[in-house]
Each structure stands twice: as C-alpha cells, then as structure tokens.
Design a protein around this ligand. Structure first.
Ligand code: NDP
Length: 255
C-alpha cells in the first residue's frame, strides 16, 4: 500500500456533529471527498438540507440528521440513525460548539451552562454513543474540535468559559485516547486558530490587530484549510497517533 492510500477513507462511515455549516461542513465535505460515507447532524433541518444540496452539487452525498446533541435522547437516536443509514460508524468528528464573549464578571450561569453542555458534556456523550459501537467493532477514530483558545487566552475578546471548555476538550481527548486505545479506538483533537465562519467575527476592525495583524501569517483561515488535518487524523495515515492535539493556527500560538 502506498502512503497516499493510507489517507483514503473508502468504505469508512463518518458522522460530523454541527456538519451543516462552517467548519463542520468543510470537514464533512473533505471526508466525503476522501471516500467516506458521511452523515451530518445539527438542530436546523433547513440548514441540513442546504448542506445536503451543496454537497450534491459537488457529486457528494450526505445523510442529514436533525438532532440537538445537548439532549441525551437525541444523541442516542442520532448515533443509531447514522449507524443504520451508513451501515456502521468508523469516524466521529465532534465539531458542534458554541461561544460567548463575556468576561468573568459578566458571564451568566446560563452562558456557562450552554458552553459546557455543548462543548464538553455533549462531546463526551457523543463519544460514548459512537465509542460503544466502535468498541464492538474493535476499530474507530474520533476527532474532537478544540481550539487555540484551549491553549492560550484570546485578546481582547474575553471568553473565559469558552477557553476553559476547549482546554477541557483537549484533556478529555487525552483521557479517552488512553482509555480506549486497547479497544482499537484512536481519539485526537484539532485546535484551529481564527477561521472565517458565522461564529468568528472576522470583519470586526477592533479584532483585526489581535487576530490578523499580530499573527505570523497575518490572515484568518478558511474552513477548507483546517479540514485536511481532520481527514489525516481520521485516516489510517494517523494509525500511531492518538491523544494528540494538532494545532492549525497559521503560527498564532508560537508567540
Ligand atoms: P458555527 O457557529 O458556524 O457552527 C456551529 C455548528 O454547530 C452548526 O452546524 C450548528 O448547527 C451546530 N450546533 C450548535 N449547537 C448544536 C446543538 N446543540 N446540537 C447539534 N448541533 C449544534 O461554528 P464554527 O464552524 O466556527 O465552529 C465549529 C467548531 O470549531 C466549534 O467547536 C468551535 O468552537 C470550533 N472552533 C472555531 C473557530 C473559528 O474561528 N471559527 C476556531 C477554533 C475552534 P445548528 O445551529 O443547526 O444546530
């Protein structure tokens, strides 16, 4: 087998949470382009349908699943639907996430709960649901989407709850990797820098200096530039990589 073949995902079945827009849509597209059968899950059924149509224009097929992954019953149903539609589940991309831009004095309990319920608790629940199937199969790859906010503190957007949640994602990645390696499951994370999506206000002039002018590459990324890292970690090319956090930030965290 050539090294290029190890990156191919032909015959693999993948589920991407938050796959209807932004980074998740780019991940779903790249996984499908690499040969995987792909299901996308998110709350907004209309956005899911738009993502399916966008994929179809590129000759790709997504299975859309409407689910709120902060609801445990939805996680169970979503995973079962993905396994039934795809005929199994080898790859889970835990991408869905949310953010609040409040400093520690002004954040509300509700904001903390929303950030941790989605970014951390739901990621754990989705991993358990998929991991149970992968354990039975003796094979699987989970890719969690962390952030450089889990490594450094963003200025001037104080978002302490988000930062703490992404640090938790990175450490949960390592814990699950250690626990599940004997079951043949690899668990890794990608920590993106500043990426142009609905979540990231890339056009705000007050943020330009911190996020763009001070960055080594002096630009933000497009979602498509983060996707190859996810495909790599999901693939057999990363067969000896587990518990890693791959930073894709244009050099932002070198300073
Ligand atoms: P977006 O806000 O553009 O997309 C978020 C996605 O998550 C949507 O598909 C949304 O779909 C889905 N989602 C939100 N809540 C739920 C829920 N309760 N259940 C199921 N799906 C849900 O974000 P990005 O694409 O920018 O971010 C994706 C990931 O990348 C996040 O984890 C984020 O923290 C991380 N990240 C982003 C960076 C950036 O600069 N953009 C940088 C570093 C990390 P719907 O609303 O239909 O449910």
């Amino acid at each position: 087998m050539s090294v290029l073949d190890t990156f191919k995902l032909n015959g693999r079945k993948a589920l991407v949470t938050g796959g209807n827009r932004g980074l998740g849509l780019a991940f779903a597209t790249a996984l499908a382009q690499a040969g995987a059968q792909v299901a996308i899950a998110a709350r907004d059924a209309e956005r899911n349908a738009l993502a399916v149509a966008e994929a179809a224009e590129q000759g790709l097929t997504f299975v859309p699943i409407t689910a709120d992954i902060t609801d445990d019953d939805d996680v169970t149903r979503m995973t079962a639907e993905a396994i039934a539609a795809l005929g199994g589940l080898d790859i889970l991309v835990n991408n869905a996430g949310t953010c609040f831009h409040n400093d520690s004095w002004h954040a509300t309990d509700d904001e903390w709960s929303q950030v941790f319920d989605l970014n951390v608790r739901a990621l754990w629940k989705c991993s358990l649901a998929a991991g149970s199937h992968m354990t039975d199969a003796g094979f699987g790859s989970i890719v969690n989407i962390g952030s450089i906010s889990g490594l450094i503190i963003n200025r001037p957007q104080w978002q302490h709850a988000y930062n703490a949640s992404k640090a938790a994602v990175h450490h949960l990645t390592k814990s699950l990797a250690a626990e599940w390696a004997p079951a043949g499951i690899r668990v890794n994370a990608v920590a993106p820098g500043y990426v142009k999506t609905e979540m990231a206000p890339v056009d705000r002039p007050d943020l330009r200096r911190f996020w763009i002018e001070d960055a080594p590459q002096q630009r933000y990324a497009l979602p498509e530039e983060i996707a190859p890292a996810v495909v790599f970690l999901a693939s057999d090319a990363a067969s000896f990589i587990t518990g890693s956090v791959v930073v894709a930030d244009g050099g932002y965290t070198v300073y």
